[in-house]
Design a binder for this molecule. Structure first.
Ligand code: C2E
Ligand code: CA
Ligand code: CA
Length: 706
């Protein structure tokens, strides 16, 4: 508040003017002119109102603020420029001013002639004149723009201080901080004061070296900004990671005025990313790199594999019968074992190889720069050694072996998949050989495996496509040299591969289970053939069929045979079942049961390949056998090899004593036949008499012998 006592001043000036000279009068005149000029030129709106509330004087600025002309205001009541609803208050304020002689400076809003609302700051002073008249001199400042800017700045300040991103403003000197927000405190753990004291320094606490920051500043100076990830240390020495946006601000002349840094901390995000990355590339069961990781490492190794002296090898380890651990104990136990195996393998090879867990019970090992087969063998030997001690978990002892497959990188290898799949093929081969051994992938192995998988696949449709047929090999009674029966032997004429020997495809059929339908087809076809010959009244008393161990294990074998016999309507004793000695001994109890049932049905049973297995005489007595077939290997040696002759003689002797018939297979020469006959062998089968024949050929053979 300011009271401008004009009355007093006028009085004094009058007194003075009495004595003053013309010069002084002139000076006064000049001052008045000056004041008038200021009054009109100033941006501050000034008005003078009398006690009744009428405008007496207004300056240009006042008119401009309100949008009225001087004529529209002077002589009019001040409420002309006040909105209706505020009129009453304004009048009261006016009266109060003249009563009290002052008014507080205040901010308020006014409406202009054209209806705009303005924010103004006004203050007023009382002017008392000599004649006792009082005037109110009001100054008014349009602060609308200022207010808007102020409000905006308030908002910006709020946004800056409550932002999650750290924000720093500096002057043109990046070490001179103008502003730093709260988020920087949160990110770095330093207080605002500490941050201000070490300007920029806290950004350089990370592991990055001097050149990193030099490059950063070079880019900012050149392009005006830098964007990227930085690492720093918090006050508590923990590392943090942040995305930094650093901008250089320039004025219209291009001179740097400020730098603004915005820091978005991503430490947690990075940790989560790292974890996700870990989970995606490591196995949580074994903590070893997973298959994807392994393939990646392998691909990289292949790319940089330029050393012509070193070789790149993949070793795959597949635990034998691991499923039993899961089945006999639990999955948890299985996982424990995998973890322990992983630990042992990694521990053994930690300095020489990358070890990964590829899922299930498979481990992959990458050997970079091995010198050859010897060093690989050395490694596989170490693995075997590492797994040889039993694993002990809470008194449970588990012993495990592994099948190991090895593949070497070749120029023509297509990449990591090739190396892995080759090693897997080698494992399959090791498994086929019974496990607990190592196999190296070769082109020859691949050829065999490819053929195998083709046969495996094509066997499924061989019956339907009529590719299978039977040949029959005569069995001759030696005393009278008469045909008494035949052995049915299967043949497969593959549409593209030609004749595939039974020794090759029967094993595959056994592994894949297709031996069941094939075996059934053999029995039925042989039975039907026997029936035909019976109808033709040919002297073929029986047809022998070979039964695989897989068929024997199958519970329904007796039922299957029974149904075929009934369906074809032949006498059961026209069928003889041939089983190898080893098949019989595999599950002797079950064999005894099945043979008893077959015997009850009236079938005959022959032990094939006799002498090659480990027959127990006591068991032989318990099984209702009709005939022993002396294995071809002994017959081959007859005459030339003393041992073979003795064994043959002994088998014949033993068979007689036990009441079995005895037949020699693979007889090829007259001498063999003679020896067998002399030693009391009942029958013979072999090329000497005939190769296996098609039915029509066999019929001719029989008729020619009559
Ligand atoms: P196996 O049961 O021991 O059959 C005798 C094999 O010796 C037959 O071979 C036969 O052709 C051959 N052979 C016969 N006489 C002579 C001879 O004087 N000298 C020589 N070197 N070989 C002779 P094949 O037909 O190739 O059969 C091989 C094996 O395949 C059979 O041995 C048998 O284990 C299996 N097999 C054949 N047919 C079937 C079948 O229908 N079912 C099952 N499960 N296995 C069968
Ligand atoms: Ca046989
Ligand atoms: Ca045989």
């Amino acid at each position: 508040m300011k009271e401008f006592d004009m009355e007093q001043e006028n009085k004094e000036s009058l007194e003075k003017s009495c004595e003053c000279s013309v010069e002084l009068k002139k000076e006064l005149k000049d001052k008045e002119q000056l004041l008038n000029a200021i009054f009109q030129v100033t941006n501050v709106g000034i008005c003078v109102t009398d006690e009744s509330g009428s405008f007496t004087i207004v300056n240009d600025a006042y008119c401009k603020i309100y949008g009225y002309t001087r004529e529209e205001l002077v002589g009019n009541h001040f409420t002309k420029i006040i909105s209706e609803e505020n009129c009453e208050d304004a009048r009261k304020a006016h009266d109060k001013f003249f009563n009290e002689g002052f008014e507080m400076g205040r901010e308020w809003s006014v409406i202009t002639k054209d209806g705009r609302v303005l924010n103004v700051y006004s203050s007023a002073a009382l002017l008392k004149q000599e004649d006792g008249k009082k005037y109110k001199v009001t100054t008014i400042n349009d602060i609308t723009e200022f207010k808007e800017t102020h409000n905006k700045l308030n908002l910006v300040a709020y946004a800056l201080s409550s932002a999650n991103d750290g924000i720093i403003f500096t002057t043109a000197n990046p070490s001179e901080i103008l502003y730093i927000n709260e988020a920087m405190v949160k990110i770095t753990g330093f207080t605002l004061e500490e941050l201000e004291k070490q300007p920029g320094g806290f950004l350089k606490t990370g592991p990055e070296d001097h050149s990193f920051y030099a490059d950063m500043w070079a880019k900012i100076e050149k392009e005006g900004f830098w964007q990227g990830e930085i690492r720093g240390r918090k006050k508590n020495k923990e590392e943090y990671v942040a995305e930094l946006n650093l901008n250089r601000i320039t004025d219209s002349d291009g001179e740097t005025t400020n730098y603004v840094a915005i820091l978005n901390e991503i430490t947690e995000k990075k940790k989560v990313e790292k974890r996700i990355q870990y989970l995606a590339t490591y196995s949580s069961i074994t903590n070893l790199p997973n298959r994807q990781h392994f393939e990646g490492t392998l691909s990289k190794a292949i790319k940089k594999h330029e050393n012509p002296h070193g070789k790149l090898a993949t070793v795959m380890v597949d635990l034998d019968r691991f499923k039993n651990v899961n089945d006999n104990y639990s999955f948890a136990m299985g996982n424990k074992l995998l973890r322990a195996v992983a630990y042992r393998i990694r521990n053994t090879l930690k300095d020489i190889a990358t070890v990964a867990y590829l899922g299930e019970d498979h481990f992959g090992i990458l050997l970079d720069q091995v010198l050859g087969m010897n060093s690989v063998c050395n490694v596989t030997q170490k693995i075997k050694q590492a797994l040889s001690e039993p694993f002990i978990f809470d008194n449970v002892h588990i012993s495990i072996t592994a099948s190991i497959g090895v593949s070497f990188y070749r120029r023509e290898s297509k990449g990591s998949e090739d190396l892995i799949s080759h090693a897997e093929k080698a494992i399959a081969e090791a498994k086929r050989l019974g496990g607990d051994c190592m196999q190296v992938y070769t082109i020859e192995m691949n050829r065999k495996l490819t053929r195998r998988s083709q046969l495996e696949n094509d066997l499924k449709t061989a019956i339907k496509n009529h590719e299978l047929f039977l040949v029959y090999q005569p069995q001759i009674e030696l005393q009278k040299e008469q045909i008494i029966g035949v052995e049915a032997l299967i043949r497969w004429k593959h549409p593209t591969l030609g004749m595939v020997p039974p020794d090759e495809f029967i094993a595959i059929a056994e592994e894949t289970g297709s031996i069941l339908p094939i075996g059934q087809w053999v029995i039925k076809t042989a039975a039907e053939q026997a029936k035909k010959w019976e109808t033709m009244k040919l002297p073929i008393k029986k047809v022998a069929v070979n039964l695989s161990s897989v068929q024997l294990k199958h519970d329904h074998i007796c039922k299957v045979i029974k149904e075929i016999l009934e369906e074809v309507d032949i006498k059961p004793d026209s069928l003889e079942i041939e089983l190898t000695e080893s098949t019989m001994m595999e599950d002797i109890k079950k064999s005894i049961d099945i043979f008893n049932s077959l015997k009850q049905m009236g079938l005959k049973i022959a032990v094939d390949d006799f002498g090659t297995g480990y027959s127990s005489l006591s068991y032989l007595r318990k099984i209702p056998i009709n005939k022993l077939k002396i294995d071809r290997s002994f017959i081959m040696d007859l005459g030339s090899d003393f041992e073979g002759s003795v064994i043959t003689k002994t088998i014949i002797h033993m068979a007689k004593n036990l009441g079995f018939k005895v037949i020699a297979e693979g007889t090829e020469t007259k001498e063999q036949i003679q020896y067998l006959r002399e030693n009391g062998c009942d029958e013979a089968q072999g090329y000497y008499y005939s190769k296996p024949l098609l039915p029509a050929e066999l019929e001719k053979f029989v008729l020619s012998k009559r």
